[in-house]
Ligand binder design. Structure first.
Ligand SMILES: Cc1cc2nc3c(=O)[nH]c(=O)nc-3n(C[C@H](O)[C@H](O)[C@H](O)COP(=O)(O)O)c2cc1C
Length: 336
C-alpha cells in the first residue's frame, strides 16, 4: 500500500492508543506485521509550551517505522506550530486527532469537539499541511452524536485541505467506546473521497478485517483493542489477504513466548520499575482464556521483580506446552 509516497507493507495498522500503544507495543505490532503505527495522542499546547513530558512523547525508535505522530488541539496556529515541532522528530507522517471523546479534551474544543466546527477543522488541516513536508493524516469519528453525522463532509473537507488519508472510527463521540461501530459510514466516506480511507472500529478477528475491507471498500483497517495481547493479529490478516486462508491463533505457550519477547523489549526500553508496571496489563491480555490464568495473574501482578515474573511465565508456558503435546486428560495443575 502506498499513500503520498509512503510505502506500507500490508493493510492492517495499529491504532493510536493512549496508555497502551507506547514504543514497546508499537515495535511488537510492527514486528508482527502491522503496516503502520501511531504514537499516543500528543497535546499541541504541551508541544508549543515545550513541556518536557510532552516533548518526550515524540520519541520513537527506528524499528517503529513507518510511524505517525498524532497531535491534538483546537487552535489552527498552535497546531501548525506543534506539527513543526513534531516533524523535527522525523516521523513518516503527522496524524490529526479529531476523535478523542475524553471530557478534558473536548471541553477545550479539541479532539472530537472539532467535528462540531468543521471550518476550524479545515483551518487546522490547512495550517498543518502548509507547515510540514510529511503527509498529514486525519482521524475522525462518525460525528458528535447520532443527530450530527458529519464524517463524509469532514472527510471531503480534509481532502480539500490537503490531507493524504482519513481514518474513520465508525462511532460518534457520544458512543465513546460503547455500542457497535456502524461501518456503513466508512463505506459512505470511501465513496465521497479519493484519498485513501482507513476503516476503524470493532475489528477483533481476521474475518472482521476481511469483511470491513469488502463491505466498505476502505483501503486499510485500523485495529485498537483487538490487538491487546495479540500482536500476531496483523500477520494473520496479512496472510489472509494474501492467501484467503485464516491461520490459527498461536497456541497458549506460543502466546506466552510472544509475551516474554514483549517483556524483554519493555525492560530494554523503559526503566525496570516502569516496565514491570506497564507489562501487567499486557500480561493480563496475553493470558486471556488460558487455564488457571486467574491465579497466575494474581501472583505476577503483585510482583516487582521482573526476573521472577519472567520465570513464572516461562514455567507456565512449559506446562501449557506439555499439556498441549500430551494427549489424554491432564491431571496435574500448574505449580509456581
Ligand atoms: C485505551 C485507548 C486509548 C486510545 N487512545 C487514542 C489516542 O490517543 N488517539 C486516538 O486517535 N484514538 C485513541 N483511541 C481510539 C482508538 O484509536 C480506536 O479509534 C478505537 O479504539 C476503535 O478501534 P477498536 O474498536 O479497534 O478498538 C484509544 C482507544 C483506547 C481503547
Amino acid at each position: 500500500m502506498e499513500v503520498a509516497g509512503l510505502h506500507m507493507e500490508g493493510r492492517a495498522v495499529l491504532a493510536p492508543m493512549a496508555g497502551v500503544a507506547d514504543s514497546t507495543f508499537r515495535i511488537m505490532a510492527r514486528s508482527h506485521g502491522a503496516a503502520l503505527v501511531f504514537t499516543e495522542l500528543i497535546s499541541s499546547d504541551g508541544l508549543v509550551r515545550q513541556n518536557p513530558k510532552t516533548l518526550e512523547m515524540l520519541h520513537f525508535f527506528p524499528e517503529e517505522r513507518p510511524v505517525g505522530i498524532q497531535i491534538f488541539g483546537r487552535d489552527p496556529r498552535d497546531m501548525g506550530e506543534a506539527a513543526v515541532i513534531a516533524a523535527r522528530a522525523l516521523p513518516d507522517l503527522i496524524d490529526l486527532n479529531f476523535g478523542c471523546p475524553a471530557r478534558k479534551v473536548v471541553k477545550k474544543g479539541a479532539g472530537a469537539a472539532v467535528l462540531k466546527d468543521l471550518s476550524t477543522m479545515e483551518k487546522i488541516i490547512r495550517s498543518v499541511v502548509s507547515a510540514v513536508d510529511v503527509p498529514v493524516f486525519v482521524k475522525i469519528r462518525s460525528g458528535w452524536d447520532a443527530e450530527h453525522i458529519v464524517a463524509e463532509e469532514a472527510a471531503l473537507i480534509s481532502q480539500e485541505a490537503g490531507a493524504s488519508a482519513v481514518t474513520v472510527h465508525a462511532r460518534t463521540r457520544s458512543m465513546a467506546f460503547k455500542g457497535h461501530a456502524d461501518w456503513g459510514i466508512i463505506g459512505k466516506v470511501k465513496s465521497a473521497v479519493t484519498i485513501p480511507v482507513i476503516g476503524n472500529g470493532d475489528v477483533f478477528f481476521v474475518e472482521d478485517a476481511g469483511r470491513m475491507l469488502k463491505e466498505t471498500g476502505c483501503d486499510m483497517v485500523m485495529i485498537g483493542r483487538g490487538a491487546y495481547g495479540r500482536p500476531w493479529l496483523f500477520r494473520m490478516i496479512h496472510d489472509f489477504l494474501e492467501t484467503g486462508a485464516v491461520t490459527e491463533e498461536p497456541a497458549f505457550d506460543e502466546r506466552i513466548a510472544v509475551c516474554l519477547d514483549h517483556y524483554r523489549l519493555a525492560l530494554r526500553i523503559l526503566h525496570p520499575n516502569r516496565a514491570v508496571r506497564e507489562m501487567r496489563k499486557h500480561i493480563g491480555w496475553y493470558l486471556r482464556g488460558m487455564p488457571e490464568s486467574h491465579r497466575i495473574k494474581q501472583t505476577v501482578f503483585s510482583m516487582d521483580d521482573s526476573s521472577e515474573v519472567m520465570r513464572i511465565l516461562e514455567d507456565y508456558a512449559r506446562y501449557l506446552k506439555k499439556r498441549r503435546e500430551d494427549s489424554g486428560p491432564m491431571t496435574e495443575s500448574f505449580t509456581m
